[in-house]
Ligand binder design. Structure first.
Ligand code: CA
Length: 241
């Protein structure tokens, strides 16, 4: 029998939680509903969900704080998180993504939109089950151990940036448009703006530190990763006398 994707719903408003759960059940998911962070932690400790819908405003620990904490836990580091938020401010969205959320849905949302987002994060997650290792110049990424190293030194890379880097490293030296990156990494870009890509590229460069120049912006086209960044090549190539 096919295993139904497990969705943990962390939502303190019973009416919304119930509505989400009913719709998930009707659409081939196995939802579990909890009302606060403490219960959510107990739940993920016992059964690992395939995706978490996490309300921003919860009694006690906030959804954002919980997301941040989970991203530090080995077990929860890569489980897709969708934040449910009543807020629409751009800064709040960025804060949610910063906390490690893969996506966010603003309340009130339609069931179809929510289902599309859940399917998208599950699709996006699929490439990760291929636990391979990639090397480009001094940069290595090991999907099995979830590690990125530069000249043997481990770098701290967030979950979305990790997926982005993984994809770029598997397709180096090629220019990827924002749209194609959204397709490949986010899975479904209907609801995500292209500048989301820029936010994550910026963050990825910060994580790469000394190797940040490996990610090049190709004006008017998109991004590419290269083993030999133009900036560094220019600096290292001796000018012929
Ligand atoms: Ca709430």
């Amino acid at each position: 029998m096919r295993k139904l994707p497990r969705v943990l719903v962390v939502e303190d408003e019973p009416a919304i939680a119930e509505l989400i759960a009913v719709n998930l059940r009707h659409n081939g998911f196995a939802p579990t509903v909890v009302f606060d962070g403490e219960a959510a932690q107990r739940e993920v400790d016992s059964v690992l969900p395939d995706v978490v819908l996490l309300d921003w405003m919860l009694p006690g620990e906030s959804g954002v704080a919980l997301a941040k904490r989970w991203r530090q836990q080995e077990r929860m580091k890569t489980v897709p998180l969708i934040m449910l938020t009543a807020r629409t401010e751009e800064s709040d969205k960025v804060q949610g993504l910063d906390a490690g959320a893969d996506d966010y849905v603003t309340k009130p949302f339609s069931t179809q939109e929510l289902l599309a987002r859940i399917r998208a994060v599950l699709r996006r997650r699929a490439p990760e089950v291929v636990n391979d290792a990639v090397q480009l110049g001094e940069l290595s990424l090991d999907a099995a151990t979830y590690r990125v190293t530069l000249s043997g030194q481990e770098l701290k890379v967030g979950p979305t940036e990790f997926k982005l880097l993984h994809y770029l490293m598997k397709h180096p030296e090629r220019v990827h448009t924002r749209g194609s990156l959204l397709d490949r990494i986010w899975g479904d870009h209907v609801f995500i703006e292209e500048r989301t890509v820029d936010v994550h590229v910026k963050r990825l460069r910060e994580s790469l530190g000394a190797a940040s120049a490996m990610i090049e912006t190709v004006r008017g086209a998109g991004y590419r990763i290269t083993a030999q960044p133009q900036a560094i090549k220019a600096k290292n190539d001796p000018t012929p006398a």
